[in-house]
Design a protein around this ligand. Structure first.
Ligand SMILES: Cc1ncc(COP(=O)(O)O)c(C=O)c1O
Length: 357
């Protein structure tokens, strides 16, 4: 047996392309087109004063950041878990809550990291199909259909890459009907007009809500994500995290993340602008003949008229406009287009007009 036979072999997650050329319109990974809050930039400059402290380990509880989040979301600090982007948080969740050996559920079309983590940790999973209109069929997650005995449930709300939101009463039905497993609601895109499940934490002890700084707080590069749940659920998560790597949150992430949460006015300003741009862009897409499910996110998942999604993807790319194309069954006729600034979207629409004739 060679050393290679002893290696764990996995198929990794494929992230959207990060072009080296900065001179592109980058609408392929749902980043924010605006800079982080002014306080974040000021804090980044002030970090120089802390450089001497880089010789020390950071605060492993990220107390400052956790307290800022607790203030903002009006929960207790012990209800919050922070991590290196929500990818890190969700990976920890898979390790913590989905270890019963029983199957977990998530939709067939969804964030494509979920099946990668399930494979990595050897968690059995099933992926109920979205309905034709790309909405989640809530009945697929209720005991009448599942038989009840689940290892866990996770779904983004709104879903990605479709942008479709599940009404909150349906989210509640899923949580309520599955009291014996943890239900994770991944709210990466909730700040663009969606309804958060956070208020449901008062009623259900099996709910965990995950959010990120990468989209609505314009901090994808800094890598900050968090989960909110009850104390017991968060404590279990912390036990696993502190068995894995205590110091995930570094000093800049704690300092800059805190500033991003503190400036609520800026947060509302940029998310409001993105929503407005999105609604205009939807109209432009309709005028061009695109079809798409209604989006409550910072992207639109649209099917082009006249030509294939793949050809349009390539033609846009030639014009230095990067959007996301998934060569997967059911969604290979769609492009996921992140909402940029008004100017960027005007250029996208102009390019589409030219390409589609
Ligand atoms: C649904 C969903 N969840 C989680 C993430 C992870 O985001 P991050 O690790 O940047 O917080 C993404 C990123 O695109 C996403 O689309």
């Amino acid at each position: 047996m060679s050393w290679e036979d002893k290696v764990r072999k996995v198929e990794p997650y494929v992230a959207g392309e990060q072009p080296k050329d900065r001179d592109v319109i980058k609408l392929n990974t749902n980043e924010c087109p605006y800079p982080p809050a002014p306080g974040v930039i000021r804090a980044a400059e002030a970090l120089k004063e802390h450089y001497g402290n880089l010789r020390l380990y950071p605060d492993m509880d990220a107390t400052k950041l956790v307290n800022a989040l607790a203030d903002y979301y009006k929960v207790d600090p012990y209800q919050i878990f922070v991590g290196v982007g929500s990818d890190d948080v969700i990976a920890m969740c898979f390790m913590t809550f989905f270890q019963s050996g029983k199957k977990i559920l998530f939709p067939d079309i969804t964030y494509s990291f979920y099946d990668v983590w399930a494979e990595l940790y050897g968690i059995p999973y099933e992926q109920p199909a979205l309905k034709e209109d790309f909405s989640i069929d809530v009945r697929d997650y209720l005991p009448e259909r599942t038989g009840g005995d689940l290892g866990g449930i996770i779904f983004p709300n709104p879903n990605a890459p479709t942008g479709v939101e599940m009404p909150i009463d349906q989210v509640e039905r899923i949580i309520e009907a599955n009291p014996d497993c943890v239900v994770i609601v991944d709210e990466a895109y909730v700040d663009f007009g969606g309804t958060s499940a956070l208020p449901l934490l008062e009623k259900y002890d099996n709910l965990l809500v995950v959010q990120t700084f990468s989209k609505s707080r314009a901090m994808a590069g800094q890598r900050v994500g968090f989960a909110i749940g009850n104390k017991k659920i968060i404590d279990y998560l912390k036990d696993v995290k502190f068995s894995f790597n205590s110091y995930t949150m570094n000093l800049p992430a704690i300092e800059l993340g805190t500033e991003a949460v503190t400036d609520a006015a800026y947060f509302h300003e940029i998310t409001g602008k993105i929503i407005k741009t999105r609604e205009c862009f939807k109209q432009d897409l309709r005028d061009l003949g695109f079809t798409f499910p209604d989006s409550k996110t910072n992207f639109v998942f649209a099917k082009p008229p006249k030509m294939s999604a793949k050809d349009l993807f390539m033609a846009l790319r030639e014009r230095k406009i990067f959007v996301r194309y998934f060569n997967k069954p059911r969604i290979n006729e769609y492009l996921r287009i992140t909402i940029g600034t008004d100017e960027q979207m005007a250029k996208v629409v102009a390019a589409m007009k030219e390409i589609l004739g």
